[in-house]
Design a protein around this ligand. Sequence first.
Ligand SMILES: Cc1cc2nc3c(=O)[nH]c(=O)nc-3n(C[C@H](O)[C@H](O)[C@H](O)COP(=O)(O)O)c2cc1C
Length: 400
Amino acid sequence: MGKPRVVLGVSGGIAAYKACELLRRLTESGHDVRVVPTASALHFVGAATWSALSGHPVSTEVWDDVHEVPHVRIGQQADLVVVAPATADMLAKAAHGLADDLLTNTLLTARCPVVFAPAMHTEMWEHPATRENVATLRRRGALVIEPAVGRLTGVDTGKGRLPDPAEIFEACRRVLARGVTAPDLVGRHVVVSAGGTREPLDPVRFLGNRSSGKQGYALARTAAARGARVTLIAANTGLPDPAGVDIVPVGTAVHLREAVLKAAADADAVVMAAAVADFRPADYAAGKIKKKDGEEPEPVVLVRNPDILAEISADRARVGQVVVGFAAETDDVLANGRKKLRRKGCDLLVVNEVGERRTFGSEENEAVVLGADGSETPVPHGPKEALAEIVWDLVASRLE
Ligand SMILES: Cc1cc2nc3c(=O)[nH]c(=O)nc-3n(C[C@H](O)[C@H](O)[C@H](O)COP(=O)(O)O)c2cc1C
């Protein structure tokens, strides 16, 4: 099998230079990339750069190499088209089916998955015309990644920044791996919790756990790649923000509960991958707890934290909302998992074995997904993203 063929469309935004890094990542990971810039894009990064980095000729118009009919061939032969950055103008043209240059012709002839990574000033992104164009593209099955928040052209900051090229690359890789034209979570809002809560004892100490947040981030990234609007409730993770995901940072179990309940109000699915502390210190010392000569330390009294998974399972914010829990067990993994599934009342429970060197912080996982309907889906040892895809397959089948 040849290399997957990717068309990298670049439109005329200031972030065009960041597409060079995306191109590098795509070529270095074994993709055959054809860059199709717009004429405006060439004001920002020249054709020589795109041609040298991709190893292919570059043109913006349909009138070059006409004997090869590039205005149809490039799109027809592509396994993925990604437009990064996608200008407001490009989103409008794509939504309305205009075809006045090589990139817009390619978008009309492509039958493969299409990813847009928009970048523009906040006003342009929020304009009703752009909102409608984005909604149209998403309805037709394109993956439109949400722009990041941060520094824009000039002195402005706000929503509209091109997400990190590494994150766009990850989104492309996931879409290519699935090979679907219509992502199956389009129009769905999913909430994912990730990381581990920290319950403070005093201003410098806390009770925490070893969860890195990688499984939750893999769930968020894969859901976004399947077209969902994703709210990621991130507890003390320190991981790079996945592209196209709304992030809500939280600290304690109580914060996490508030954030999950708020986001779940209009969610189709809630996946609780965060490791939430069962207990928290009953008292919080406003100053650092000091050791006193000749005295034993005071015992730490704990109180129960709210059981968020049980609460959202029992009190669904929407009819048909799918709730997924995670059970990290150290022994008697399956039997404990089954008991937990019944106790919590969720639809699916991902049961995995954890220990000091297992699962937490690693890139891989192995689990069994138990269903309230009695189903049991074993997931062999593999990347956390593979487990995430299976979770979304099971969620998607329940949403239907
Ligand atoms: C310095 C500069 C920066 C620009 N940055 C953006 C941008 O980030 N996003 C955007 O939508 N348009 C931006 N524009 C406007 C586009 O270049 C303009 O709408 C152009 O017609 C887009 O053409 P294209 O979609 O064919 O590439 C910028 C223009 C200039 C002069």
